[in-house]
Each structure stands twice: as structure tokens, then as C-alpha cells.
Design a protein around this ligand. Structure first.
Ligand code: DC
Length: 199
């Protein structure tokens, strides 16, 4: 059975939490594609070369979750050669047997336009910055500026900019609890699975 769930959206909208919960609920494999760009960003050197030579152990580094790694990821993600080097791996993962959930920025638009279920998870910049600030601490205004800077770069780049796929279901989590957001996502995917099974 091949069934791809594409979950895209801006930083700190809840994609990761929703993706993990959905993967567990349906028994699908999960790939956080942001980790690929974060690893390339922190490896340093020539980003295109780093992307071509990425190894599984690079994705388990302890420093990948920091704000700095997020900014570095967003910068290298604007380089077309970096994106190109990471496409095949993501496509193979998406179309593996048994079902897959991928979260990122361009899964439903570029990596897997044929995905059987697509969600675009978003929330206001203020809500996203507040959530991120609760995790990392520091000055909330600085975290908000960082979120807005990353949004502008991810949405404004020429190659695979962040935007909802035309057939994505938009999930605005600004006023939702995590459980509500997960329930909504599960309902959307369950409906798509039903349609898919009926063929
Ligand atoms: O989801 P994240 O915060 O870990 O992503 C970090 C950066 O990587 C993000 O700002 C843009 C980039 N990215 C991307 O361009 N395409 C993806 N599919 C995933 C992440």
C-alpha cells in the first residue's frame, strides 16, 4: 500500500507534533524533512556538497533543533543545488510501501504533488513565536523577529517557495489545542484513506 501524507507549513505551526501523531495513528513512517536542511546548514563548508554527502548520522546531531540551526537551514534551503540533491531521497521515502508522512515546506507542491492527503498547517506569527519562545526562552520579541525573518525567506525564495498546494486542506492551529489539531488532521487523512480504498 502506497499512501503519502504531505504536511507543509511555516515554522512552529505544529507540523512536527501533528506529523508524529498522525504517523503513529496510521502506522506510517515519518520523515521530518527540515532535519535534512538543518543538517546541511550546521555541517558548514559547501552546502551543495554537504547535501550530496549527507549521512544518516548527520540527522541525529544534538544541535539541529536550535534557532541558529533553523536560520542556517532556511538560508541553505534557498540554494537550488541543495534542494536538488535532497529530492530523490524524499521522493523514495514518500512512495515507500506501508505509508509515509513527510513534513516540510514543499512536500505537497514539489516533492510529492501526487500525495494522497495534503495538509497546510499554519498559525499566526504571534502564536507561533509564543510557542517557540515557550520551548527556547530568551526574549519573545527576538523570537518573533526570527519567525518573521524565516517566513519571509521561506515564502520569498524562487525555488520551491513555501505555499499551500492547490488541493491542500488548510489547518489554522492558532486557536486550537494540540489534541484538537491532531484530531482534525486525523479526520482529514482518514477521509482521504477511505476515498483511496474505494478507488
Ligand atoms: O521545519 P524546520 O523548521 O525544521 O525547517 C528548517 C528550514 O528548512 C526552514 O526554515 C526551511 C527549510 N526547509 C525547506 O526549505 N523545505 C523543507 N521541506 C523543509 C525545511
Amino acid at each position: 500500500m502506497i499512501f503519502t501524507v504531505a504536511i507543509d507549513g511555516p515554522a512552529a505551526a505544529g507540523k512536527g507534533t501533528i506529523s508524529r501523531a498522525v504517523a503513529a495513528r496510521f502506522g506510517f513512517a515519518h520523515l521530518d524533512t527540515g532535519l535534512l536542511y538543518r543538517a546541511v546548514g550546521v555541517l558548514g563548508g559547501d552546502p551543495a556538497q554537504a547535501a550530496r554527502c549527507l549521512r544518516p548520522e548527520d540527522l541525529t546531531r544534538a544541535d539541529l533543533r536550535s534557532l541558529e540551526a533553523g536560520q542556517a537551514a532556511s538560508r541553505v534551503a534557498a540554494i537550488p543545488e541543495v534542494r536538488a540533491a535532497l529530492v530523490d531521497f524524499q521522493r523514495r521515502f514518500a512512495r515507500r510501501q506501508g505509508g509515509a508522512v513527510l513534513d516540510g515546506r514543499d512536500i505537497g507542491t514539489v516533492i510529492c504533488p501526487e500525495a494522497e492527503a495534503k495538509l497546510y498547517v499554519t498559525a499566526s506569527p504571534q502564536v507561533r513565536a509564543h510557542r517557540r519562545w515557550c520551548e527556547v526562552g530568551g526574549d519573545e520579541a527576538v523570537v518573533l523577529a526570527e519567525v518573521q525573518e524565516r517566513d519571509a525567506r521561506d515564502m520569498g525564495r524562487a525555488d520551491a517557495p513555501l505555499r499551500p498546494a492547490q488541493d491542500a486542506v488548510i489547518l489554522d492551529t492558532s486557536a486550537m489545542t494540540i489534541d484538537e489539531a491532531v484530531d482534525r488532521a486525523v479526520a482529514v487523512i482518514a477521509a482521504r484513506r477511505g476515498e483511496h480504498r474505494r478507488g
